[in-house]
Design a protein around this ligand. Structure first.
Ligand SMILES: NC(=O)c1ccc[n+]([C@@H]2O[C@H](COP(=O)([O-])OP(=O)(O)OC[C@H]3O[C@@H](n4cnc5c(N)ncnc54)[C@H](O)[C@@H]3O)[C@@H](O)[C@H]2O)c1
Ligand SMILES: [Zn+2]
Length: 394
């Protein structure tokens, strides 16, 4: 449809993107075709050139991965080609701290002459996915990507998101881009090498999305905290599938996948979380910081009379049962009022990141969020103080 005015030529540009998430085991096993099928979907030139980036923390605990990847590409050599040996990227927030890892990835892509028909395959936690994803989205204005998340948090949230980014100038995700990957492949076997804290961390995003989207899911989490954290049960997989599905639905059907509006409901608790991560010099993990952010915004919701005390206590108790200590004040590099004021700056940074007027997600009840556009700074200060001083630890 074309609209003509005297000084205007306008067309609408329409395109539709599929966003696919697969769950599997042994993704690089010789007979597993999930990856092969995604790389060779119609319209690609064969053999498909691929460059694989591996999270260093994952690799240290799974050194055999490189051999498995080589064997996999060897078996399907008529259809796939490994452009070089897999390239490692520092794991965790180091991948996103400034431009070093980003530069390394861009360099590797350039040296291997990947083109827009090539694929970047990233195997790692949310931080490595964010950094490699940004590099891949920049080179030639965007290479094709496959994301293989390897932490609970990234399989249920970060890897599903269509955002890339690195931290810069003291702000989380200050540089970033949007890109829909060709596919996200969640291999549950890759979670085996995670430690307790890493498994626990991923549950924070599940609590978050359940609180804003799905009361029944929250009730399931609060009734199954032990088995979710235990190894050898399938509760963790259930949590990942449900959490990933809620995130995917929000991105695909929430009406604003590229966040053009002012509200960002999936970021409940995140304005504070990002600031806590920064003020802990990233020693506090994203998942842990999100748990504290959820506690503060829930307490604040209750202090405003939106959320009942009973429901607030259930949320805080559930976070405690999942192994989160909310008393993180002594892990931050400021103290006292300076700390509280600095944390509050997170609200304006969050607003600036999105642009437009403030829009913060709070809770009316479990599963029922509300957007607000102003902050009662006294009540927010009190909420932060109480939570990070540990008055609410169970
Ligand atoms: N793009 C998005 O939409 C989005 C959404 C949520 C979070 N994030 C980002 O994700 C990051 C957090 O990601 P995360 O929680 O996955 O942690 P992470 O990427 O920081 O990784 C944590 C640690 O686990 C290691 N690791 C990764 N996989 C492993 C495995 N299978 N076995 C053993 N160790 C392993 C890493 O090397 C690292 O040391 C944050 O930077 C956050 O901002 C992005
Ligand atoms: Zn998050």
């Amino acid at each position: 449809m074309q609209t003509m005015h005297l000084n205007e030529i306008a067309h609408s540009i329409k395109f539709e993107l599929g966003h696919r998430v697969y769950f599997t085991r042994g993704v690089f096993g010789p007979d597993n075709r999930v990856l092969l099928d995604q790389l060779t979907l119609s319209g690609v030139l064969k053999p498909v050139r691929c460059l694989v980036f591996l999270d260093q923390g994952l690799l240290e605990r799974n050194p055999f991965l490189i051999g498995q990847i080589r064997d996999y590409f060897g078996k399907y050599s008529s259809e796939l080609q490994l452009a070089s040996n897999p390239v490692w990227v520092p794991g965790g927030e180091d991948a996103k701290s400034g431009l070093n890892a980003l530069g390394k990835v861009i360099e590797a892509i350039a040296q291997n002459h990947l083109c827009r028909h090539s694929f970047v395959i990233t195997v790692g936690g949310g931080a490595v996915l964010d950094a490699v994803g940004l590099a891949a989205s920049l080179v030639h204005r965007g290479l094709r990507q496959i994301r293989m998340p390897t932490t609970v948090l990234s399989q249920s949230d970060a890897g599903i998101g269509i955002k890339n980014g690195v931290n810069w100038g003291g702000q989380k995700n200050f540089l970033g881009s949007f890109q829909v990957p060709r596919a996200v492949i969640n291999d549950f076997d890759l979670l085996e090498s995670l430690g307790f804290d890493q498994r626990r961390d991923g549950t924070a995003e599940a609590v978050k999305v359940s609180l804003i989207r799905d009361r029944e899911f929250f009730e399931w989490i609060e009734g199954n905290t032990r088995s979710i954290l235990a190894r050898g049960t399938d509760a963790m997989e259930t949590l990942i599938r449900r959490c990933a599905s809620l995130h995917l639905r929000q991105i695909a059907h929430g009406g604003d996948p590229f966040e053009l509006g002012t509200s960002r409901p999936l970021d409940f608790g995140h304005w504070l979380a990002h600031k806590l991560e920064f003020l802990s010099e990233y020693r506090l993990s994203h998942g842990h910081a999100v748990a504290v952010g959820i506690a503060v915004d829930s307490l604040y919701s209750s202090r405003l009379g939106l959320l009942s005390v009973d429901q607030l206590e259930r949320i805080l108790f559930c976070l405690g049962e999942l192994g989160f200590s909310l008393r993180v004040g002594n892990r931050l590099r400021l103290v006292g009022e300076g700390l509280i004021e600095s944390l509050l700056e997170g609200i304006s940074e969050f607003q600036e990141h999105l642009g437009g007027k403030l829009s913060l997600t709070l809770l009316k009840e479990i599963g029922n969020p509300i957007e607000v556009d102003e902050i009662d700074r006294y009540q927010m200060r009190q909420s932060i103080r109480k939570v990070i001083a540990g008055s609410f630890d169970f």
